[in-house]
Design a protein around this ligand. Structure first.
Ligand SMILES: Nc1nc2c(ncn2[C@@H]2O[C@H](COP(=O)(O)OP(=O)(O)OP(=O)(O)O)[C@@H](O)[C@H]2O)c(=O)[nH]1
Length: 278
């Protein structure tokens, strides 16, 4: 995933200054120059957004700035103390729950803590994509955040076409290599705020926050074309993609997944190697 500074700005603009991905917050904590530029552009609203995204609580701008600075110091201390990279969400959880209690029920952070603290299981070994557990936590979180902003959130469900034939004709190892490369192609095609995860078997899901359905459809087609245009192990691989968006009738994680799954089913029945939006 690209992590250049320009993209931080792009992310923030697309996010309407209100919600930020955990990845972006981690980058802001790690890169002082990016943090300074963002503060110059957005002022203390930046810290309100960070705190809102991490805790689902709205703090006053000055208080948010002070808390963010304290969380950062705590983050540095924890990194030193434990001699490893602690996630910023974990440091925030510890600081706001134990050091300077500000949260009555830090549900969101505690979910992120459990995901990030068990670091070994956040990514799938074969594909490098996030695990199903990370997907579940983040879909619920992004839906809740999106309901508080004018933006929607989209879900892509991707399935490799005729994958059984790949295994049957070229062997399971070649099948694994195809899966791994498809995962890497997808990771290279998404924004840093997007969450791409292995949903199970040869099914991959992508949460796209702060994106209109038409743009998600374009992004899905770009991913589909990238894969169709890349020979993997001498094999022509294609994928079918179903796209769903949060809207007035689709409001829960399960409804999003169901809608994306149905769109994927339609894509499979429309001849595969295509994108269908719900
Ligand atoms: N090599 C490999 N194969 C896997 C893995 N996970 C699932 N599969 C295989 O993926 C295949 C999925 O087959 P099906 O569900 O019949 O679907 P398909 O052949 O892709 O057909 P369509 O979905 O209709 O395009 C099965 O043969 C599984 O064994 C994996 O981690 N590695």
């Amino acid at each position: 995933m690209a992590d250049c500074e320009d993209e931080y700005f792009e992310d923030l603009i697309q996010l309407g200054e209100e919600k930020l991905s955990v990845n972006l917050i981690q980058n802001i904590a790690d890169k002082k120059s990016a943090a300074n530029k963002l503060e110059a552009k957005y002022g203390t609203d930046l810290y309100v957004s960070i705190l809102l995204s991490l805790t689902h609580e709205t703090f006053q701008p000055e208080q948010a700035k002070k808390l963010w600075q304290a969380i950062n110091e705590h983050y540095q201390q924890l990194n030193k103390l434990l001699a490893r990279d602690v996630h910023i969400a974990v440091a925030a959880m510890d600081y706001l729950s134990n050091i300077n209690p500000q949260l009555e029920s830090p549900i969101i952070i505690s979910q992120q803590k459990s995901t990030f603290i068990t670091n070994t299981s956040t990514t799938d070994e074969l594909t490098g994509l996030y695990t199903r557990e990370v997907f579940d936590v983040n879909l619920a979180k992004e839906l809740e955040l999106a309901k508080r902003t004018p933006h929607t959130v989209c879900l892509l469900m991707i399935d490799i076409d005729d994958f059984k034939q790949v295994n049957d004709n070229h062997g399971h190892q070649a099948g694994d290599q195809v899966l791994a490369t498809v995962g890497q192609l997808i990771l290279a095609s998404v924004r840093s705020m997007d969450i791409a995860a292995r949903y199970g078997g040869e099914e991959i899901v992508i949460i796209m926050p702060a994106i209109e359905p038409s743009a998600a459809n374009l992004a899905a087609n770009r991913i589909r074309a990238n894969i169709a245009n890349t020979q993997i192990q001498g094999i022509n691989v294609t994928v079918s993609i179903g796209v769903a968006a949060l809207n007035k009738t689709i409001t829960s994680s399960s409804a999003m997944i169901k809608a994306a799954d149905l769109a994927l089913y339609k894509a499979k029945h429309s001849g595969k190697n295509c994108v269908v939006s719900s």
